[in-house]
Design a protein around this ligand. Sequence first.
Ligand SMILES: NC(=O)C1=CN([C@@H]2O[C@H](COP(=O)(O)OP(=O)(O)OC[C@H]3O[C@@H](n4cnc5c(N)ncnc54)[C@H](O)[C@@H]3O)[C@@H](O)[C@H]2O)C=CC1
Ligand SMILES: CC(=O)C(C)=O
Length: 256
Amino acid sequence: MSKVALVTGAGQGIGEAIAHRLANDGFKLALVGRHVEKVQRVADDIKTQGGEAIAIKADVAKRDEVFAAVAATQSEFGDLNVIVNNAGVAPTTPIMDVTEDDMNWTWGINVNGVVWGTQAATEAFKALGHGGKIINATSQAGVEGNPNLTVYGSTKFAIRGITQTTAKELAQFGITVNAFAPGIVKTPMMWDIAHEVGQNAGKDDDWGMAQFSDGIALGRLSEPEEIASVVGFLASDDSNYVTGQTIIVDGGMVFR
Ligand SMILES: NC(=O)C1=CN([C@@H]2O[C@H](COP(=O)(O)OP(=O)(O)OC[C@H]3O[C@@H](n4cnc5c(N)ncnc54)[C@H](O)[C@@H]3O)[C@@H](O)[C@H]2O)C=CC1
Ligand SMILES: CC(=O)C(C)=O
């Protein structure tokens, strides 16, 4: 029988690529996002290609909306096996410009969103009487500090901590918890950052993006599908003996 996965932030970028990858791997999919028309487009693409997918509107910063999204997934498909806590935001802010709102907004989505997703999925796995897999999006910026990313980087370091802690806490229920740490991936999030870098130097977005290739051993930026393939592994039975780990998928930027 097909397994069921819920992916947050599935309307574009890495989340969209994960949705397609898991559909190709035979999962039924619940695609969650703040903008329902974006996740609906991805769900429609998957259905056109013969898969099964539903779109659910939810803001991952809001606990009740995340629990409602998990409940809607169970009532549509009768099961839940995997949650990918992928949704995130990435403000670039020099340390002295960081405001209370920056901290609360970014932590609310990136960190609280992972906690609510973990709680809602765990409750569902237990009620369904089986284990499951929780997969969290961190970043190379959550493994090594990046300038101007204090706010964002702090959330991504926290997600690695939550991944380790919950892996130890939830193993007794047959639940594994792992994270993926992308490097520089060509998605709308990264194009926004490239735009800012370019603008600050009086150059265009392509120039801004090109600056990020320096220091990548493989000498190029990442496609979203290259992150999705690692998530495919973490969602599959091939990773059943892996828990509490962060897999760095950055073409060789940080070495641990
Ligand atoms: N693009 C990159 O180079 C890297 C990305 N990442 C992480 O990968 C994940 C995906 O990133 P991208 O696809 O690049 O980002 P993106 O900005 O292109 O897509 C993120 C999606 O999440 C959704 N989202 C944002 N806040 C939300 C909320 N409160 N509730 C529900 N959905 C929400 C957005 O609407 C968007 O559809 C993020 O957690 C990001 O931090 C990590 C390292 C590098
Ligand atoms: C957006 C991000 O995670 C970077 C630049 O590492």
